[in-house]
Design a protein around this ligand. Sequence first.
Ligand code: SAM
Length: 207
Amino acid sequence: MIDGLEERSIGGETGLATRGEPVYGEPTADGWRLWDRSRSKLAVLLDRGVDTGLEAGSTVLYLGAASGTTVSHVADLAGPTYAVEFAPRPMRDLLTVAEDRQNLFPLLKDARQPESYAHVVEPVDVIVQDVAIRGQADVALANRQFLKEDGRLVLSVKARSEDVTRDPEAVFAEVKERLAEGYTVRYAESLEPFHDDHLGIVAEPDR
Ligand code: SAM
């Protein structure tokens, strides 16, 4: 288990938990906050014991941070955590989440334009991507430049964001094929039953 990540029973629920200020009404006790798998694709992978490369103190680039549900847990245990979100409304909530976390750096930027934040983001151990827009593999390829050689991409692919009309399996196959232009996929499994029609991927950048 990663330092700072523990299985805890809080308020009658058992699951992974991190230590930090609560963010989304999650059950808390003794400074620990439960990490809700139904609201976080990364939590599903960690709960399965998948090696995401995330360790205590890791440097993280998080793409698609929204209001900070998942990235708040990441920042609880990681080191510098750069959180990219392009929508102003969730960014307002994210700024509040960052007030309690000195290592969380919100960036109001478009993940499809990494050159707009390249001057701020240092090389990272892990990229977590959850952007739910068409071209999810392209976003991962564009941001590969930030990954250290032994870093990991943790990508959540939403089939309907690529094409609502197509069979999710066909969409996933296409995304993996495109991703192979810069990454080697080490893990690719459905995130059901917690997230319908989502594929969880862990990949290593090609040298
Ligand atoms: N990862 C979040 C969590 O677990 O707490 C949920 C993310 S939500 C599914 C997807 C987010 O990605 C939305 O807030 C959306 O505004 C953001 N997004 C979509 N396209 C983006 C882009 N090109 N650049 C930055 N953020 C983007």
